[in-house]
Write a protein that binds this ligand. Structure first.
Ligand code: SF4
Length: 114
């Protein structure tokens, strides 16, 4: 039996540490071989407060429809998927990406970012 926690819907981030959210590549990845909506009722769709997931048109799989709505660095849904079907990019890749975006941001502003 899946624990059907339904989070209150919230607006997604528009910025993260001073960077526009849409510049940051961070979103869940669904393993379609493991995902099975019939076994969980589409748990992640109801659980995600930012509307990242939707059920596929045939009702069998979850799909990532709004990747940029995902809260940067948040992997809460991964731990709750009963089939272990959700993963995220490695955190060191996220850190490297943020570092490089912040560097570019500082350069664009022409200051030291303070
Ligand atoms: S990704 Fe996991 S929680 Fe979401 S529908 Fe598939 S099996 Fe269920």
């Amino acid at each position: 039996m899946v624990d059907h926690i339904v989070e209150e819907k919230r607006p997604p981030q528009t910025e993260y540490i001073g960077l526009k959210r849409e510049l940051i590549s961070w979103a869940p990845i669904i393993d379609r071989d493991k995902c099975d909506v019939s076994s969980c009722g589409g748990f992640c769709v109801g659980y995600c407060p930012f509307g990242v997931f939707e059920v596929s048109p045939d009702g069998s799989k979850a799909e990532v429809r709004n990747p940029n709505n995902c809260n940067v660095g948040d992997e809460a849904c991964k731990w709750r998927c009963p089939r272990g079907a959700i993963s995220f990019p490695p955190r060191d890749r996220l850190r490297a990406q943020l570092k490089s975006l912040r560097k570019a941001n500082v350069k664009d502003r022409g200051d030291d970012g303070t």
